[in-house]
Design a protein around this ligand. Structure first.
Ligand code: GLC
Length: 824
């Protein structure tokens, strides 16, 4: 009896204990707070606001394809964005509420928000699930707000701007926190630039998510977990734009509708640019430029790094090294070489130094909470830092370029704008104006570089009157493409970096930045001869093409590595100039569509597994026609994958079948380059710089293929804004494979083309083909043997004497102003 009693007592106590634990476990505070259950709905024409137990969701329809979601603790108020310049467009929207959910529908998308947990799902108009919250939905954890999304089994993630790692970002996590990462490695994160925009792909569906928040943001694409992808803000609202289209191109286009397109660059800035930390004194600068001219290696821009200034003080000249800058600049100009200078944000604290005095007088610097100016050390010593988020500072900064502009400088290279300071610990408490909205080191840091580039762009644009300025930046945020070209900072001369650089540029391209480049040759140390050579050949096929290298290292000009490298560099840089009509037209396309010039294969072939293989993930299209297969400098053979199109070898017209994997030769003088079937590539003869006009023939290369294709050929004066008032020359070339025709439409615009003759060069067509009808009248094709397909002068270089011979069909057409149709 006793025992039974004791037993009962114990078991009662146990039950009680268990009940106690269960009851308490429900109230344990884990720090994760969901938005909770639905409370109420306010619906407008194309927006809605839901109140949950612990927060609010606001949904705005920007267009049928772009939905903005904002989640915060308080009612999301009117806000401010540095990135988004688009306004909501009037869009047919339907909002319904039932017992379980709230639904919002446009012509392209359906958004469902469940009432039990306020989970959000996105469907397309075929009712396919594109993206949905994981069971965790949106959680506030401490100060952070995160959105957890269901991870689909085959889901891949691409983009996210300047991020190291693989093309497919699945299994990895990233932080956006602009950082000076000298000599970064293939896995370094964070980097200099933050673009919180990525594209997800699964089940032949794709979507984009742009998290517009300048604080430190985190992205997790299934890293250290098997169930979700997520994104997190450390400060402010969880504010994201969900973009859906049936293809990746549409997503990038919509993203750049929101954040702006890369504007038409000056044409000379697409030429070759030579940089060094630092060319000085003036005679050295002139010598380098002269050597390019003597050796007939084309060059458009030379750079002055920090040594041109007096004690690294911005807006000054070193009086000894550059005693007569105008003379030097004029001599360079006479050679057709333009000059760009580096500009760093740190303003030396020094009584009597104009920029410092003006900054103090007008109260333009970043501040501590006690009202004193934030100071830290960088190149000039102790510096104050302009608050570029204050409109007055931007105006002052922009106008301070007046002397430089008057003297003839036209390129402005914005460096150290993360901002970088010795010690690399920018304090969180530093206060930013944030365009009147108030910010601090937590919210201001990621936007600093972009606002510096903006101030430089807006200021120099005004000063240069009707000329397009050239701005280059190391740091940036979403939308940076509106103001500046981006380069990927202090890379290192290794083969891994050569390949990483390609992925960085392709990822920037997926994230709205069409104009970008790397330090060709590798910045942080001496490259081998082979690596420099390979890098130059690859640089030809990147949007911004600049060679640069750090201080105290060996010379690094195309002739510094011996004769072989010089010959190869000369040939490939010439090729860059021959491709200028193609490249400039591609930039026109980028400026109107927002699509990149360096196109990851994930744009055109997103659901092809092979393009993500480590062997192939670096391949990309340069423009619409050229497939580039980057290869290490040590490899004379490389494996290339041709996705769902036939391709031709650029050098000998050899044809490769779609979906084939092929081993090709890749000696240093032959970067593997291929042409997509049905491509139309306009080219010109080599020039030494933009100022030298090419011969009067435009060479239009047409490649046989079963697909129809068209391009818009574009020309303008290359420097001014006159194209905005119609002074351009724009012309469609339309290839119809079945009808066996090429139509050259009537040109649009009032600019007169620099070319008087169009030479059509047909590749891969039936060898027996000889007759051609020109608007119905008989014409004839010549059979031409070429040493190389494109570069007319290439055979003059001994090195290339034994190149492959190619048979093509050519016909010369006098440039004409009406539509013309060729049939064969
Ligand atoms: C930074 C830049 C580099 C430049 C150097 C000196 O490291 O990234 O390009 O040459 O500063 O100004």
């Amino acid at each position: 009896m006793q025992i039974r009693h004791i037993f009962l007592k114990i078991s009662n106590t146990l039950v009680f204990l268990i009940l106690f634990l269960v009851a308490n476990s429900q109230t344990v505070n884990t720090g994760n707070i969901p938005i909770g259950k639905f409370q109420s709905l306010k619906a407008g024409l194309q927006e809605l606001e839901i109140k949950g137990e612990n927060g609010y969701i606001k949904v705005n329809v920007y267009s049928a394809n772009i939905i903005r979601i904002r989640i915060s603790e308080k009612v999301p108020a009117d806000d401010f964005s540095y990135a988004v310049i688009a306004l909501q467009t009037t869009t047919k929207t339907n909002i319904e509420e039932d017992v379980n959910s709230v639904k919002l529908t446009t012509d392209s998308l359906k958004v469902i928000i469940t009432k039990d947990k306020l989970h959000i799902s996105f469907y397309n108009n075929k009712n396919q699930l594109i993206n949905s919250d994981d069971e965790f939905g949106t959680l506030t954890t401490g100060n952070e707000i995160s959105s957890y999304k269901k991870l689909f089994p085959d889901e891949r993630f691409i983009g996210l701007g300047e991020k190291t790692g693989d093309l497919n970002r699945r299994g990895n996590g990233y932080v956006n926190w602009n950082t000076d990462v000298f000599g970064y490695g293939p896995g370094t994160d964070p980097m200099y630039v933050s673009i919180p925009f990525f594209i997800g792909l699964h089940d032949s569906l794709c979507y984009g998510i742009f998290l517009d928040n300048t604080s430190k943001t985190h992205f997790n694409f299934g890293a250290s977990n098997m169930r979700f992808s997520s994104f997190t803000v450390e400060e402010g609202d969880l504010n994201y734009y969900f973009i859906y289209h049936s293809g990746v191109e549409g997503i990038i286009s919509s993203y750049t509708d929101l954040t702006g397109k890369t504007p038409m660059p000056s044409q000379w800035s697409l030429g070759f640019q030579q940089c060094r930390w630092s060319y000085f004194p003036d005679t050295e600068v002139l010598n380098v430029a002269r050597t390019f001219r003597e050796k007939q290696i084309p060059l458009d821009v030379i750079y002055l790094d920090i040594h041109y200034m007096d004690a690294y003080k911005i807006f000054t000249w070193d009086a000894i090294r550059f005693s007569q800058p105008e003379n030097m600049l004029n001599t360079l100009k006479g050679m057709g070489v333009r000059t760009a200078i580096i500009v760093d944000p740190g303003i030396k604290v020094e009584k009597g130094y104009t920029a410092y005095e003006e900054g103090i007088k007008n109260d333009l610097f970043l501040k501590y909470p006690d009202g004193t100016n934030y100071a830290a050390e960088v190149w000039p010593g102790v510096c104050n830092f302009p608050d570029f988020t204050l409109p007055e500072t931007r105006a002052w900064w922009g106008n301070s370029f007046k002397n430089y502009v008057d003297q003839g400088i036209i390129g402005f290279w914005n460096d150290m704008n993360e901002p970088a300071t010795w010690g690399q610990k920018f304090p969180s408490l530093v206060e930013f104006n944030y365009d009147g909205n108030g910010g601090n080191g937590l919210t201001g840091r990621n936007i600093y570089g972009m606002q510096m580039a903006r101030a430089t762009y807006e200021g120099t644009k005004k000063l240069l009157a009707n000329q397009r300025p050239f701005v280059l930046t190391r740091s940036g945020y979403a939308g940076i493409q509106r103001y500046s070209t981006v380069w990927t900072g202090d890379n290192t001369p290794t083969d891994d970096h050569l390949l990483l650089g390609v992925r960085l540029l392709n990822s920037l391209g997926l994230s709205g930045v069409a104009n970008c480049g790397v330090d060709v040759g590798g910045f942080a140390a001496d490259a081998t001869k082979e690596l420099y050579t390979r890098w130059i050949t690859l640089g030809v096929f990147t949007p911004f093409f600049r060679s640069h290298k750090a201080y105290n290292l060996k010379d690094s000009e195309p002739w510094s590595y011996g004769e072989e490298t010089e010959a190869i560099a000369k040939y490939y840089i010439q090729l860059r100039y021959q491709l200028m009509p193609y490249l400039y037209s591609e930039f026109y396309h980028a400026s109107t569509t927002g699509l990149p010039v360096n196109k990851s294969l994930a744009i055109g072939y997103p659901y092809d597994n092979k393009i993500y293989y480590s062997t192939y993930q670096n391949q990309y299209l340069f423009g619409d026609a050229l497939l580039i297969a980057p290869v290490r400098s040590t490899e004379n053979f490389c494996k290339v994958y041709f996705p769902a199109n036939n391709y031709y070898d650029f050098y000998n017209d050899k044809k490769f079948d779609a979906n084939s994997e092929v081993i090709v030769e890749s000696p240093l003088h032959r970067l593997p380059v291929f042409v997509k079937e049905s491509s139309i590539i306009p080219m010109q003869r080599t020039v030494q710089s933009f100022d030298q006009k090419p011969t009067d023939t435009l060479f239009v290369h047409l490649y046989y293929g079963k697909l129809n294709n068209e391009i818009t050929y574009y020309e303008d004066d290359g420097v001014s804004y006159n194209m905005e008032s119609g002074v351009f020359y724009k012309r469609k070339f339309i290839f119809n494979s079945k009808e066996k025709s090429l139509t050259i439409e009537k040109p649009e615009g009032s600019y007169i083309s620099q070319f008087k003759t169009i030479q059509l060069i047909m590749h891969g067509f039936d060898p027996a083909l000889s007759d051609i009808l020109i608007d119905g009248k008989q014409g004839s094709l010549s059979n031409t043997q070429k040493n190389m397909v494109f570069p007319e002068e290439a055979y003059k270089i001994l090195y290339f004497a034994n190149r492959d011979k190619v048979s093509v069909k050519t016909i010369n057409l006098q440039n004409f102003n009406n539509k013309i149709t060729l049939n064969w």
